[in-house]
Design a protein around this ligand. Structure first.
Ligand SMILES: *Cc1c(COP(=O)(O)O)cnc(C)c1O
Length: 451
């Protein structure tokens, strides 16, 4: 094996420790060194191309090497690459904050920056806790979360999430949270609609809020799609009910839109589909069009005001990261938002989503496909050992990995989560590329389920 890739692989394996990876797996399947990207495609050093069906871990919106975002980052690079955001400011962060405030659910007018999704979750958690302290409600120090939710990997974010694969080992290090059964509609009864199921499941949340409101700072949710939890989906009515109940019980609502924000679910933000405004909205991933690390927590004037006082009162939010609000990242984000405006992206995505859903639903008849579900530009195919009972394949069989390997040989980057094959492509994907992506997934599913 001496493809032009192999020299990079050898150097990589000598020093790089890859994220979310059992490094021993690379004995059989080496990492793929990517030389360049263009649109929805990645290309390695041997010239093999891969259709990026997962938007490079859900971040890319408008393709790799996008001309407009490139130009914006390049122009910013000639001006200012980085400056401290405490005591100083710069045009890209001002413009981005204005643009975000204009498109976010009405009332979210304050932007606090960090540089990755997990850090944004940490910010929201700390800010909510600190808010209640500042207004004298010192008993409030706990958080409510949904089963199977994911909010990141740093200790606070891991604590408010519920994916055992990532969380279990670290449990002794984590704060104690109140975990409420999820409204995930994969679990709905035969004949039950998504809305009926999500509404019924809300009873658990209502009970938890009634029991814990006195000690609860906030409920944190991934609106509409529990992404890392296997692209499990639920009905917007749950969020509508949750908003009302949080208000009634005086508990904050944190919407983690890190995966679902920026058009993924069909609307700019998933919360819009429920007509709600959270108290905190966490954004990252698609924020910069997938170019550079950046995140923000958007909140209300009411929250902001609770921190606004004389310095000596010690009410200020004294949280920071070195690269908070980096100018290059903010310039990329502004360019990405301009593309949304100028190219009517959400309208264009409707046709792409319809095509994607239609092609994927053709797999519903497969004997090991238990469900094909969709919310906008996210489509998931859930495999099961037994289609009727929905008995999953044991995770030890790693069926998804077989699909991943097959897809790579066919020039498509799929990355199933356990038994769930999903598509979350960049918005520049073409109908023909959608067809290819789904066809390769079909082949992979055939091969992974044949024995
Ligand atoms: C990816 C993700 C995070 C964590 O973001 P990182 O940038 O990977 O730290 C948090 N919440 C959700 C919903 C995510 O999908």
């Amino acid at each position: 094996m001496s493809s032009p890739n192999s020299a990079y692989v050898a150097r990589d394996l000598a020093h790089v420790w890859h994220p979310c990876t059992q490094m021993k797996d690379h004995e059989r399947l080496p990492p793929i060194p990517i030389r360049c990207g263009q649109g929805a495609w990645l290309e390695d050093y041997s010239g093999q191309r891969y259709l990026d069906a997962i938007s490079s871990w859900w971040v890319n919106l408008f393709g790799h090497a996008n001309a407009r975002i490139n130009a914006a980052v390049r122009a910013q690079l000639e001006q200012l690459e980085q400056v401290i955001l405490a005591g100083f400011t710069h045009e890209p962060v001002i413009a981005l904050s204005e643009a975000l405030s204009a498109i976010a659910p009405a009332g979210l007018t304050r932007c606090f920056y960090a540089d990755n999704g997990s850090s944004a979750v940490e910010v929201a958690v700390k800010m909510s806790f600190h808010y209640w302290r500042n207004v004298g409600r010192t008993a409030k120090r706990r958080f409510l979360t949904l089963s199977n939710s994911y909010h990141g990997e740093t200790l606070g974010a891991l604590a408010v999430g519920d994916v055992d694969l990532y969380k279990e080992i670290y449990r002794p290090l984590l704060m104690d949270v109140i975990t409420v059964p999820s409204p995930d509609c994969y679990a709905r009864e035969p004949g039950e609609s998504w809305a009926q199921h999500s509404r019924r499941r809300f009873a658990h949340m209502e009970a938890a809020l009634a029991g814990h409101a006195h000690e609860a700072c906030a409920v944190i949710v991934e609106p509409l799609v529990q992404a890392a939890g296997g692209m499990r989906m639920y009905d917007p009515v749950y969020l509508t009910l949750l908003r009302e109940a949080c208000d009634r019980h005086q508990v904050h609502l944190i919407a983690d839109e890190i995966a679902v924000g920026f058009g993924r679910t069909g609307t700019m933000f998933a919360c819009e589909q429920a007509g709600i405004r959270p108290d905190f909205m966490c954004l990252s991933k698609g924020l910069t069009g997938g170019y550079l690390p950046l995140s923000t927590v958007m909140t209300t004037e009411a929250v902001y005001e609770a921190f606004y006082d004389e310095y000596l009162k010690l009410k200020a939010f004294l949280h920071s990261h070195s690269f908070t609000g980096n100018p290059l990242a903010c310039a990329a984000a502004c360019a990405s938002l301009a593309i949304f405006r100028d190219d009517h992206v959400l309208e264009g995505n409707r046709a792409l989503a319809a095509r994607l859903g239609e092609r994927a639903r053709a797999l519903e008849d497969h004997p090991h496909v238990a469900e094909v579900r969709q919310r906008g530009m996210i489509v998931a195919i859930e495999l099961a050992a037994d289609k009727m009972s929905r008995e999953p394949y044991p995770w030890q069989e790693r069926r998804g990995l077989r699909i991943y390997r097959h897809a790579l040989t066919r020039g498509v980057l799929l990355r199933p989560i356990d038994n769930v094959v999903y598509f979350m492509p960049p918005y520049v994907i073409t109908p023909a590329e959608i067809d290819l992506m789904v066809e390769v997934a079909r082949e992979g599913i055939e091969r992974a389920t044949c024995e």
